[in-house]
Design a protein around this ligand. Structure first.
Ligand SMILES: Nc1nc2c(c(=O)[nH]1)N[C@H]1C(S)=C(S)[C@@H](COP(=O)(O)OP(=O)(O)OC[C@H]3O[C@@H](n4cnc5c(=O)[nH]c(N)nc54)[C@H](O)[C@@H]3O)O[C@H]1N2
Ligand SMILES: Nc1nc2c(c(=O)[nH]1)N[C@H]1C(S)=C(S)[C@@H](COP(=O)(O)OP(=O)(O)OC[C@H]3O[C@@H](n4cnc5c(=O)[nH]c(N)nc54)[C@H](O)[C@@H]3O)O[C@H]1N2
Ligand SMILES: [Mo]
Length: 756
């Protein structure tokens, strides 16, 4: 495992900022876009980003309002576009020049900056280099290897969340017609605990709010999310909440700039003034302190009689057991939460003074061992206060990838429900397998144990996204065949299986012309709005194929007789949408409704009618047990998180502007008290050692620069994916399989001979 960026002397520190966005961000965005894409494509792309007739931003899944601003993008959206509209090319000459071993010695940043992939490439068994291959031969080879497997379950079909609804739908048909439910996706590593917890609690694994609710909320609690970096357009909505007199509580171990102040570059006051104060209260919880917080808030509401008795009686089950469980908690949970009682009282007072509460959450909640219990307790709190199906109130998990929610709706799900599989059976002429397939970490274990021999990746970068990078790389390398449907080079391509194929594809911004004419695709945002996305830029190479066309190419070869009209799917995506309309709930008259500007909202019975599609027809309180604090005696607990200059495993640059860290990514942020406690000094080079059951493991991240940072005592932070080497495969949520990326027990030790 080569170490990625050298922490070296290059890391430069300044004080963390207190405000996000503003004119600097727009300037950064424009500079970045014109540098990568050139001024004309950059302007054309940024002009139509998130417009009704343009493309959906390939960044995050925060929705757009029906009435768009003239410019509907953010700094990080512009970076995502610039990354894709890159004018550099990574073609056969590049691969001839660099051996795979040589490329494997490069870091993520370098690999990503090689430009757009232009040609299908093949690594033959044992070869040192990738070589050019024609589309026909590449697809034949993949189909041949897949059909030579002893069982369809020896293959996995991974999806990253940028894939369109149309490609995702065709892809899950391909996997199931081939004979497997091995459809792991990035949500297994992301919001899976949300889907699991909400499906059990309210009968549908999606959030229950829309913009209308944000327009009426009087309190928004943002928990475990850093919107200033990861969902910057959300700040404009939070600003509106504040301007209407609503309030905001930020629950986060770190004082994230975006939650503190926001300078809206689209408003004069954001350009000239100090911006809008966003969070009225910041609760600097310890890592994993959120379950205790929501139980404590619930207990307060209960004791004060501030609960919605009518809603509870009419719409819920399990209230008594839940209350009994709450009463078993200690009265003072401030230590478990990690926040002093005075601040907790302030939070409770704000809750008490609010009628309409929205709770937003993201990875700070989901990426822990007890994430499902935590989300159940957040939901319990919402049920207690009657916050579901009431305007201005609700649950708002904020999704990550721009179409991760849509991919799941389309059936990218290793555990798809029977009624969906029944509809596929009744519509096509194959019998979908019923046994649940492998999720992401399950797939990794199966590769490691050689039970899976072929991995097809529709986007993504498994080598860097999965936990335990050393095992992940070895596991990919031990496969018979790895197939990468990608826009840009990444580490997964350079730790290939015995045979490896790179299939270059069109991105969101690229025009997609098929024999049936120019195509558009559709995506679903975090609120469940489905809308069109249409790329306009000239593709980087005439050889590129769309994701749909690549999936169809495999489908034709692998399952020609499954009753799936592959040829029609490829020539006109409306044919795919017609089948989606027949088989996916909520998509009736899909083609017609998606023509509406802004698209249409999928049904959500709890939100729309207070109907709960659970087995009992009622929302379920759940009696959770308060989990033990994530703490490590004599050490720290580490979270891995995103800098301001990356999109997941794609590294845009080496600066984390809001946190005041620049020039390098191999840093570990630690509270000054802890630095002293461990007799270290800020600036030291340290190795981070992962601890398993109290014992030092062999998972070590070497040579990280120690940064004194305002993170709670006992809680450290480092960047994803550099920290992934530390995360053990067994360290995951047992209900959802999601790795504990944000609560890794660690110790620090000085890297040898480095004290300066
Ligand atoms: N620019 C950009 N945009 C992105 C992405 C990107 O990489 N770059 N990634 C996309 C994807 S796939 C996703 S899933 C989202 C991710 O969006 P986020 O969830 O905002 O991403 P993270 O950086 O992982 O940040 C998690 C936040 O949770 C806090 N946190 C960590 N542990 C805890 C905890 O125990 N309790 C609480 N209360 N807080 C905690 C961290 O301090 C941090 O502020 O963003 C999407 N959008
Ligand atoms: N330690 C740690 N690990 C984490 C996380 C964490 O917070 N901490 N977060 C987890 C989360 S939330 C997620 S979602 C996963 C992300 O895991 P993935 O989704 O697997 O990873 P990405 O980095 O988003 O994938 C980037 C690659 O996708 C390809 N790509 C980009 N655009 C397109 C496109 O339009 N089509 C196709 N076919 N390919 C494209 C490019 O080749 C690029 O290199 O990582 C998880 N891993
Ligand atoms: Mo994600």
């Amino acid at each position: 495992m080569p170490d990625t960026h050298d922490a070296g002397p290059d890391v430069h520190l300044t004080a963390p900022l207190h405000a996000a966005t503003g004119v600097t961000a727009v300037a950064v965005a424009l500079r970045r876009a014109t540098r990568e894409a050139g001024p004309v494509p950059a302007f054309r792309a940024l002009r139509i980003i998130n417009q009704t007739d343009g493309f959906d931003c390939p960044g995050c899944a925060w929705p757009e309002r029906r009435h768009r601003h003239l410019v509907e993008f953010c700094e990080n959206g512009a970076k995502a576009v610039a990354e894709e509209a890159d004018q550099d090319r990574c073609g056969p000459e590049f691969f001839a020049e660099h051996s795979i071993a040589e490329l494997a010695g490069q870091d993520d940043y370098w690999l990503g900056r090689r430009g757009r992939l232009t040609h299908p490439m093949l690594r033959r068994a044992g070869a040192s280099h990738y070589e050019q291959i024609g589309w026909h031969d590449a697809l034949d080879l993949v189909a041949h290897e897949l059909s030579s497997l002893a069982s369809p379950d020896d293959a996995v079909f991974y999806t990253s969340g940028r894939t369109s609804n149309e490609a995702a739908y065709a892809y899950q048909l391909l996997a199931r017609a081939f004979g497997t439910n091995n459809l792991p996706d990035c949500s297994n590593m992301c919001h899976e605990p949300t889907s699991v917890a909400l499906a059990d609690a309210i009968g549908i694994g999606k959030g229950s709010v829309t913009f209308e609710d944000f327009d009426a909320a009087d309190l928004v609690i943002v928990v475990g999310q850093n919107p200033g970096t990861n969902h910057p357009r959300m700040l404009a909505t939070l600003e509106e909440v504040k301007r209407r007199g609503g309030r905001i509580i930020a629950v986060n171990p770190l004082p994230e700039a975006g939650l503190d102040h926001f300078k809206n570059p689209q408003k004069l006051r954001g350009v000239a003034g100090g911006g809008t104060k966003l969070a009225d209260l910041h609760l600097p919880v310890r890592l994993g302190g959120d379950q205790a917080l929501f139980r404590w808030l619930a207990r307060r509401a209960l004791d004060a009689g501030r609960i919605d008795r009518d809603f509870i009686a009419e719409h819920t089950d399990g209230f008594d057991d839940y209350v009994q469980g709450l009463h078993a908690d200690p009265a003072d949970l401030s230590a478990e939460i990690g926040v002093v009682p005075e601040l907790l009282d302030q939070a409770d007072a704000m809750v008490a003074g609010s009628q309409r509460i929205i709770i937003c959450w993201a990875m700070g909640i989901t990426q822990h061992r007890d994430s499902v219990a935590t989300i159940r307790d957040i939901t319990n709190f919402a049920l207690l206060t009657g916050s579901i199906g009431r305007t201005g109130a609700g649950l708002s998990p904020i999704r990550g990838h721009s179409n991760v929610q849509g991919d799941r709706t389309m059936g990218i799900w290793h555990a798809a429900p029977d009624d969906f599989l029944d509809r596929l059976r009744d519509t096509f002429s194959f019998t979908p397998p019923r046994a649940h397939g492998l999720d992401s970490v399950g797939a990794l274990e199966a590769m490691r144990d050689r039970n899976v021999r072929v991995v097809v990746s529709l986007g993504g970068n498994l080598a860097r996204a999965l936990p335990d990078s050393t095992v992940a790389e070895r596991a990919l390398g031990s496969c018979r065949l790895t197939v990468h449907i990608s826009t840009k080079l990444n580490r997964s391509h350079v730790v290939p299986g015995e045979i490896s194929v790179i299939l270059p594809t069109l991105g969101r911004t690229d025009a997609d012309e098929q024999t049936g004419g120019m195509q558009f695709v559709t995506v679903e945002d975090s609120f469940g709005t489905v809308h069109r996305s249409r790329g306009r830029l000239t593709p980087p190479s005439p050889l590129l194929r769309s994701e749909v066309s690549i999936v169809v190419g495999l489908g034709r070869r692998l399952c020609p007789a499954a009753g799936i009209p592959w040829d029609h799917y490829e020539s006109d995506y409306a044919r795919i949408r017609a089948d989606i309309a027949r088989t996916v709930e909520g998509f009736e008259r899909f083609e017609e409704r998606v023509q509406e500007p802004g698209g249409f909202l999928l049904p959500h019975p709890p939100r729309d009618r207070r109907e709960f599609p659970t087995a009992s027809g009622r929302a379920q309180f759940s009696a959770e047990r308060l989990h033990d604090p994530y703490a490590h005696r004599g050490g720290l607990v580490l979270q891995s998180l995103r800098s301001h200059d990356q999109f997941n495993t794609t590294i845009y640059g080496l600066d984390d502007r809001y946190r005041g860290i620049s020039g390098g990514r191999k840093v570990v942020m630690v509270n000054p008290f802890d630095i002293e406690r461990f007799e270290l000094r800020a600036g030291d080079l340290v190795d981070i050692v992962a601890i398993d059951a109290g014992i030092r493991s062999d998972r070590v991240a070497r040579s990280f620069r120690l940064v004194a940072y305002p993170t709670p005592v006992g809680c450290a932070a480092a960047y994803y994916p550099e920290a992934n080497v530390l995360i053990g495969l067994d360290d995951r949520s047992k209900e959802s399989g999601t790795p504990s990326y944000k609560s890794i027990p660690i110790e620090l030790r000085l890297s040898d001979g480095t004290r300066t």
